[in-house]
Design a protein around this ligand. Structure first.
Ligand SMILES: [Zn+2]
Length: 315
């Protein structure tokens, strides 16, 4: 199956590339740091980094060793910069309190906003150095970040994400006719869309984030809902591959997303059981974050073995 390990761009090294190749993991994922107010800046820094010879040499080396390269990130804040608010407040969302705000995402019912967002996505797709034709341009990260304006009110967070994805993919396909794009089922987009159908080439990417992070009174409900939505999501996106994005090697999560990285220990038994379960459910692609395991990690704690993930995703 298609397996992928996803790291931060600043962690990319020949050692990481060699490790993936030697283990037999076919895809390297690059993920600029996410988070509210951070993701658009880290994506912008990646766009600059991708212009440098050092970065391009590493991606060229990855290709020469047979690795595919993909980029996965929360892209909405970069694609709809808040600086546009002063001139075009109508491009931005109205939050649940009824206030127009440039904090996250945008108004998908505003045609000019949607076409600008899609045009910038197509430009970004062109600029992702060494990328395959599969794109992961996620909306901003968090709950209830969609638009509540009178035109958008009837559309769920999932519907609004799919409207944005369809528009981006249509624009990207003008230059890359085989392009595909992931719908990220995650937090409030874990509910299948109800008012919009996917363009050809949109596929499911399911990230079981709540399993790791849900806290408080409604945590059991959120975790159960995540599990219960899987079958309806897979049926909704039945024409594409089914991808799961896991956190088994995500030392950034285990470190509380703060450096220095903590000592990482893989829960191998749980990972192997979950990979088997995902395969049985019909998933065809498995990715895991593997952030905070770069050179600074190795200097502190030594190398991390990725063979268990490679072995279980090999067929
Ligand atoms: Zn709206």
């Amino acid at each position: 199956m298609k397996a992928s390990m996803i790291i931060h761009p600043e962690e990319l090294s020949r050692e990481w590339i060699d490790k993936l190749v030697e283990a037999g993991i076919p895809t390297l994922g690059i993920h600029p740091v996410g988070g509210a107010g951070v993701a658009r800046h880290s994506l912008s820094a990646l766009v600059t980094l991708m212009e440098t010879k050092d970065y391009r040499d590493l991606i060229d080396y990855a290709h020469s060793r047979g690795l595919a390269v993909e980029y996965e990130m929360h892209a909405a804040g970069y694609l709809m910069p808040p600086e546009l608010y002063a001139e075009h407040p109508e491009y931005f969302r109205i939050n649940a309190k009824g206030e127009r705000t440039a904090d996250c995402n945008f108004c998908v019912s505003e045609p000019k906003a949607l076409s600008l967002f899609a045009a910038r996505a197509a430009e970004l797709a062109e600029n992702l150095y060494g990328s395959s034709d599969t794109f992961y341009f996620w909306m901003d990260d968090g709950y209830d970040l969609h638009c509540h304006c009178p035109c958008c009110r009837a559309l769920s967070a999932s519907d609004q994400q799919l409207i944005a994805i369809n528009a981006m993919l249509r624009e990207i396909k003008k230059k890359k006719p085989n392009a595909r794009m992931a719908y990220l089922a995650y937090m409030d987009s874990i509910l299948p869309p109800t008012s919009v159908l996917p363009e050809n080439g949109v596929f499911l990417e399911y990230a079981p984030f709540e399993k790791y992070t849900a806290k408080g009174e409604d945590a059991p409900m959120r975790i159960a809902r995540e599990r219960e939505m899987l079958r309806p999501l897979m049926e909704f996106f039945q024409d594409g591959p089914c991808r799961v994005l896991e956190y088994w090697y995500d030392n950034s999560m285990l470190s509380g997303w703060k450096k220095p990285p903590k000592k990482f220990e893989l829960d191998e038994k749980t990972m192997r059981a979950e990979i088997a379960a995902y395969k049985a459910q019909g998933f065809t692609e498995i990715a895991t974050f593997a952030c905070f395991l770069g050179k600074d990690y190795e200097a502190l704690h030594g190398g991390v073995d990725v063979n268990a993930f490679a072995e279980d995703t090999a067929d």
